[in-house]
Ligand binder design. Structure first.
Ligand code: URA
Length: 235
């Protein structure tokens, strides 16, 4: 089955491989090949699946969907020396539309992030209406009060400076200073601020899961592409 045809120079620049003018140079250098054709130029309409750059097949011409393990000390901004985007191929920085994450994790938070250049998919994941559960492992400095489970589940806890109470959340105590917390919304510094409201400070914060997505054995800084089934799974 043929894919959608696209001008070679447009395709490679849109996917971030090189600028449209560099395509001519890369062609002269023999870095670009087509599987099914010997004769082509920068303006030829090509099937993306037919193109090889330095012998490698192209990234998906439609959209990228990634599961990523954010390491401590990295940030979700694009323009920062500690950017998480340093962990992905350099060319993805030039891909259009841009690659972004579904929500953000703080610099001192590790764990699962979902990324894509499909804005609608990201929007669905982050929208409060969908109330997708985010599961965190949290180390705190002092044990939480006995009433913490009830307070969190009640949906009445107010964070400093906010009118609207937090959505109901689930607390599981692993030991006196380690908990598992499941939230269904993504407010700014939410876990840290909830812990302060309950009288504790966060020492370590890690996101284990986002909806049906789990980190598995991905190491910090590691990522993988999601399968078609994973991209479309219900949550
Ligand atoms: N809550 C926080 O406080 N920080 C995060 O990074 C995520 C949730």
């Amino acid at each position: 089955m043929a894919g959608t045809l696209e001008r070679l120079d447009h395709l490679l620049s849109r996917l971030g491989y090189c600028s449209r003018s560099e395509v001519r140079q890369w062609l002269r250098q023999g870095r670009i090949r087509l599987i099914h054709s010997e004769k082509f130029s920068y303006g030829s309409k090509v099937d993306p699946r037919d193109v090889r750059v330095d012998g490698e097949a192209l990234d998906s011409p439609e959209a990228l969907y990634l599961l990523y393990h954010k390491d401590l000390g990295t940030v979700c901004a694009h323009d920062d020396p500690r950017s998480i985007y340093n962990d992905f191929p350099q060319r993805w920085r030039y891909r259009r539309p841009v690659l972004s994450s579904a929500g953000r994790l703080d610099r001192e938070t590790s764990g699962l992030l979902l990324l894509s250049d499909d804005g609608q998919w990201l929007h669905r994941l982050s929208h409060s209406r969908n109330a997708i559960p985010r599961r965190y492992l949290v180390q705190i400095d002092t044990p939480l009060p006995e009433s913490a489970e009830t307070i969190l589940a009640s949906g009445t806890l107010r964070l400093e400076g906010e009118e609207k109470p937090c959505a109901p959340a689930q607390l599981e105590r692993l030991d006196s200073t380690h908990i598992r917390l499941t939230l269904r919304e993504g407010r700014y510094h939410e876990v840290r601020r909830i812990m302060v409201a309950l009288g504790s400070q966060v020492l370590r914060l890690h996101r284990e899961a986002f909806g049906p997505y789990e980190l598995g054995d991905l190491p910090p800084g590691g990522w993988r592409l999601l399968s078609t089934t994973e991209i479309h799974q219900e949550y």
